[in-house]
Design a protein around this ligand. Structure first.
Ligand SMILES: [Zn+2]
Length: 356
């Protein structure tokens, strides 16, 4: 058995490692290779099961973890990083507060987890504080970006146009968390909402869009998922009971679980009910702005028609069904409000990933 196990924070794979204590940092060794160096002052202990020491480093990726099995090594690491346990009391207080939302809720969560997880997700999601959801969102964010291998396109007139569009859309709705929209530079045509209010619009969708209303409709649909906290529900469902218990009792961003969950967010689909609700939310919002909900449907059809063979199941996260398109058609209303973007702003948004 290895003395310690290392998660690099990017892949879910546990790596058996040895430790070497240098003067200023612990060196994490794979054979002869130094996989990582963690400066002693950066090391923080994570409040998990007492059987072994589990730490992260403020200087390493958010999800990087080191688990030390060997007792002597664990003691030596703590001796050299005396501040490692300083935050734990705070964390304990946070946990106490989380558990304190309602002891009854916690008990019912544990019970329903065992019997019916989807139900548990629906019951738990409204109880999760916004700050905790935001932290979860940040933790999966990296994973999602790695999956799409795309850099965020920000800056320039395209970003200003996007900001205007998002501000217009969000001015008409109440959301549990502030929404933040980013464009990722990838040819895949999709959009997705993460827990915590972040929405990714993939550039492939922008490239195929023919009007601001098409993109506005898609963003409004994603805002509908934010309003329903659907991404959080899906994380809870996919993560299973260990994730739920982790959420309640300790290290919510722990280990490999969340890395797998990032993929789940991208690959799995929402329920038909969630999609119908998000579409209704989008249609209401577009109509309130005096714009038609129809173009969103047109964009979805255009993309599913051309992208059937994408390696990533296309729009798996938002399956397009006849019923959805019919429902959108039924909400058709003439565009009486002002255009959401000027011609110039629209051109800038379309080329947001080409600038700079
Ligand atoms: Zn959707």
């Amino acid at each position: 058995m290895a003395a310690a196990v290392f998660y690099d924070g990017l892949a879910a794979k546990p790596r058996p490692v040895a430790l070497r204590f240098a003067a200023d940092a612990v060196e994490i060794l794979e054979g002869e290779t130094v996989a990582a160096r963690w400066a002693y002052p950066d090391i923080k202990r994570l409040p998990v099961e007492a059987a072994r020491l589990r730490v992260r480093s403020l200087g390493a990726p958010e999800l990087a973890r080191l688990e030390v099995e060997d007792e002597a090594l664990a003691a030596e690491l703590l001796r050299r990083s005396p501040q490692a346990e300083a935050g734990i009391t705070t964390d304990r207080r946070t946990i106490a507060r989380i558990v304190g939302w309602s002891l009854a809720a916690a008990a019912s969560i544990v019970l329903t987890t065992i019997y019916l997880l989807p139900l548990a997700a629906n019951q738990l999601a409204p109880l999760v504080p916004a700050a905790l959801e935001r932290r979860l969102g940040e933790a999966v964010d990296n994973q999602v970006r790695v999956l799409f291998d795309g850099k965020a396109c920000d800056g320039g007139p395209g970003a200003a146009a996007l900001g205007k569009l998002v501000a217009t859309l969000t001015s008409r709705v109440e959301l549990p968390l502030a929404a933040e929209v980013r464009v990722l530079d990838t040819a895949i045509g999709n959009a997705l909402a993460l827990p915590g209010g972040r929405i990714y619009l993939l550039d492939g969708l922008l490239r195929r869009a023919e009007s601001p209303d098409e993109i506005a409709g898609i963003l409004a649909h994603e805002l509908g998922h934010v309003a329903r906290r659907d991404a959080l529900r899906r994380l809870i469902q996919a993560g299973g009971s260990s994730f739920l218990l982790g959420l309640l009792f300790g290290d919510i961003t722990g280990g490999g679980t969340l890395i797998l969950l990032g993929r789940t967010l991208v690959d799995s689909s929402y329920s038909r009910e969630a999609e119908t609700d998000a579409d209704r939310f989008a249609a209401d919002l577009m109509v309130a702005l005096g714009r038609s909900p129809q173009p969103m449907g047109a964009l979805l059809v255009r993309i599913t028609g051309t992208q059937r063979d994408m390696p990533l199941p296309f729009l798996a996260s938002h399956p397009v069904s006849e019923a959805r398109l019919d429902a959108l058609k039924a909400r058709e209303s003439p565009a009486t409000g002002p255009p959401l973007l000027t011609e110039e702003e629209w051109r800038a948004l379309k080329s947001i990933c080409k600038a700079g």
